[in-house]
Design a protein around this ligand. Sequence first.
Ligand code: MSP
Length: 526
Amino acid sequence: MAAPLTLTTAISYPNGRPHIGHAYEAIASDAIARSARLAGRDVFFQTGTDEHGLKMAQTARGRGRTPRDLADEMSSYFKEMVQSLNISHDRFIRTSEPEHYEASQAIWRAMEANGDLYLGRYEGWYSVRDEAFYDESELIDGEGGERLSPQGTPVEWTVEESWFFRLSAYQQPLLDLYARHPDFIRPESRRNEVLRFVEGGLSDLSVSRTSFDWGVPVPDSPGHVMYVWVDALTNYLTGCGYPNDTARMAKWWSDASDIRHIIGKDIVRFHTVYWPAFLMSAKISLPDQVFGHGFVLNRGEKMSKSLGNVADPLELAGRFGVDALRYFLLAEVNFGNDGSYSAEAIVQRANTELGNAFGNLAQRTLSFIAKNLSGRLPTYGEEGDEADVTLRTLVAQTVSEAMPAAFDAMAPHQAIEIWLKAVFACNAYIDAQAPWALRKTDPERMEAVLATLYASIAQLAVGILPVIPGSAARLLDKMGVPSEARSFACIVEDWYSPLQTSDFVLAAPTPLFPRLELAEAEGEGN
Ligand code: MSP
């Protein structure tokens, strides 16, 4: 039995409304969480909002509001987004929750007990946008000659009393960790970046701030709040029951759990350098994998408020459908690389792959059965025809082996590719077998063909559940597939025969994926 899976997204800064990048991360993580459940694993899947820090404090001040008030409002939009996009998270965490303060203070005390925290004075560069300290040598020059962070964000010179974490002591332990677990950082390109950074030597990290108070108070140190990343990273532990719920911790955050963080490429350093160092210091188990996905770009361009090209995921989902958006993002972007979206590309993929390839296959088959067999389910042939056996073997292998393996390897785009091949094989089969022509000449053979298709379509619907949970479940409901058969391992015959002999009647289907049209302006490339 595979270990329980703890899967997390990054927690988002609620200093504005969610954008398509946040939606992308939630959707990709959701597909992986759902596929692990369909593979029979126990899963704890967490997402949420990261509410402290200078960025939140400054945004709130700029709007004449308190940070808590701003966080309450904006966090509710993130909650709404994950609900609307059908994200199957088990917990939505907010770092302003009292329980999270307790966890953050507990990990602080554990790091202190290990002798890794000392009081000093920070003098150096800080980027509010990234909530990150940077070394002089990392800065780049902007177009107007100003100093910028390596991410291109403004930096400011900061001088204040601060607690420090002895990160320098963890250079070797971290390098050992990366060597011992080559899969700790994925994909490979990100791993190389981190290795180079750590090999270059680590300075101690400033882990508290005294110039503002919107954060988790440092225990026994009046005037200090924790550096936002210390408490932000700790959200993962809070959700798993740290520090008091030892039973939950044993299940979801121990050496026996499979702990994976899905985050964007811009925050890999925090998750693969600072986070494991904090955990080693506090003597807490380490995650198994940090996957740094790429960025979603608007027609190849980075989204920014100043360019006015920040897409609202709920608007896109409203226009094209939640599942069309989910499918598009996962199929289009090779997980780990950057990818681009545009209205035309969404419409094109949804219409051809969901609508024409899968939707029509289901529609043709089910309406033919509803009409010609009066909704009675067709009977398999006595001994399987070779074409039937070949198709059923391909579909079963796709859904019970190849797709779960691809999802587990954090490659949802590959899972979709494999699925689509099996969908094409079904289409080729229906054309070659032409059940409509068999109706008069060989009704028995017609039934065998339809039964093969019925079972294959149901299995392919199960396979694609992680990607398009709403539409795939609607199809399975329509087809009478019981919930216990909705797993990757489901053996077709287990549910097909009982369903066939039950009083189930297949109703005439309605198209699963209505054809999407572009608004005129979008066709012109706006
Ligand atoms: N609050 C921190 C994360 C703390 S995790 C302990 C943060 N928040 S964020 O709101 O800026 O970003 C949240 C996630 O969205 C990050 O993983 C980030 O990489 C991801 N994305 C932000 N913009 C993105 C795109 N345009 N495309 C894909 N993902 C992007 O960082």
